[in-house]
Design a protein around this ligand. Structure first.
Ligand code: SAH
Length: 360
């Protein structure tokens, strides 16, 4: 017997082809395969048994040849501001977070790409838990699918890869997921509404740049000099700021800088000047992010007023800046915070003596 194929690991077009071929094999007509394909992403159902437009016998045959694996929803929290946070458990026990953030007529899902993260940024709760493994395409896009299966369903209009993990270290999976999110036969979310956030993983930025769609790129800058950045983000020794800014400049779409405001550390006037110079070099838009407290290991947020002053200095220097609204503060909705709360913290694997990050 052949091993069943996980349809959710395929791009929607590839899954439809496989389903059409199988339907013909079963003698029910290729269109039955297309009907099944619609229920993967466009009108998702929990399993083949629920594809009630299909003959019962064909549903049973589908269940033998294919799988539609689902993660288990093990915890959820709702913030007073409407933000909802979900913790999903994968088949091997690994857990990842997904956050749904409503804002006017938008619904942004913040999704995870890895279980844990190898990069260990000093202020990030996910880094502190260490790295377990990359997620598969079905586990990443499956987070979006699961929320669409809730009653009532949650439908994403926007996706940000700002949950757990570094998406560009898991490019083969993220590459498939981008297609699934974007294709009309998939979730049909416009490429401009899908943002990949990265520490500046250069090979991944180049791979993303080769995709023809207008996916958005956000770069976690967080410090305007190598000396400071290396103390906050060990990855800076592998991919120094200069190279990251150069890659941002070569990217054919406008890039966003993310800059978490860390009280007394990266929020001084000289930092605003340096950051403005970097942003101008690659015409970036800058998002100042208030530090999300919780699991942040001794860092303190910059005050509202000081963030405002920092933003004005940047604007004066000719840079477009926005201060990101903090959402889900009462449920610790920042990167990794739910899983950290639920699990005893594992000791992270340490960076080696050259402060290099091991690449799995
Ligand atoms: N690895 C990717 C994506 C995941 S993190 C990246 O680093 O860009 C998404 C964003 O959340 C990053 O900018 C990260 O630095 C930021 N972040 C992590 N912990 C945070 C916290 N406690 N408060 C605010 N932002 C945080």
């Amino acid at each position: 017997m052949t091993t069943p194929v996980n349809l959710l690991d395929l791009t929607p077009a590839a899954a439809e082809l496989a389903l059409r071929a199988f339907a013909e094999e079963c003698g029910v007509g290729a269109y039955r395969g297309s009907q099944a394909a619609r229920h993967l992403w466009q009108a998702p159902v929990a399993g083949f048994a629920d594809m009630t437009v299909l003959p019962a016998e064909f549903r049973a045959q589908l269940a033998e040849r294919f799988t539609l694996p689902r993660p288990e929803l093990v915890a959820q929290q709702a913030s007073t501001d409407g933000t909802r946070k979900f913790l999903f458990r994968m088949h091997d026990g690994q857990t990842v977070e997904t956050v749904a953030i409503p804002d006017d007529d938008r619904m942004t899902f913040c999704i995870s790409s890895q279980a844990g993260c190898p990069l260990q940024c000093a202020f990030c709760a996910t880094g502190a838990m260490g790295f377990a493994r990359n997620l598969t395409p079905s586990e990443i896009a499956g987070q979006v699918r699961e929320l669409a299966l809730l009653d009532p369903p949650l439908r994403a209009t926007n996706i940000v890869f700002m949950g757990m993990g570094e998406p560009l270290m898991n490019w083969p999976a993220v590459d498939v997921v981008l297609t699934t999110l974007n294709q009309p036969q998939g979730l049909g979310i416009g490429a401009r509404h899908i943002t990949i956030s990265t520490v500046g993983w250069l090979p991944g930025i180049q791979a993303l740049a080769r995709r023809p769609e207008q996916f958005r790129l956000a770069i976690s800058v967080h410090a305007p000099s190598d000396a400071l950045r290396a103390t906050l983000m060990p990855v800076n020794t592998k991919f120094p700021l200069d190279d990251v800014i150069a890659a941002a400049g070569e990217f054919d779409r406008r890039v966003t800088f993310e800059y978490v405001m860390l009280g007394g550390i990266n929020d001084q006037p000289e930092h605003a000047r340096q950051l403005a110079a970097l942003a101008k070099r690659c015409k970036a838009f800058v998002n100042l992010i208030p530090l999300h407290p919780g699991g942040t290991m001794g860092f303190v947020p910059t005050s509202r007023d000081d963030i405002g002053t920092f933003a004005r200095m940047m604007r004066k220097a000719g840079v477009e800046v926005a201060v990101r609204k903090s959402r889900g503060l009462d449920i610790d909705a920042a990167c990794g915070q739910l899983r950290v709360e639920r699990l005893a913290r594992q000791r992270p694997a340490l960076a080696n003596e050259n402060r290099e990050v091991e690449i799995p």
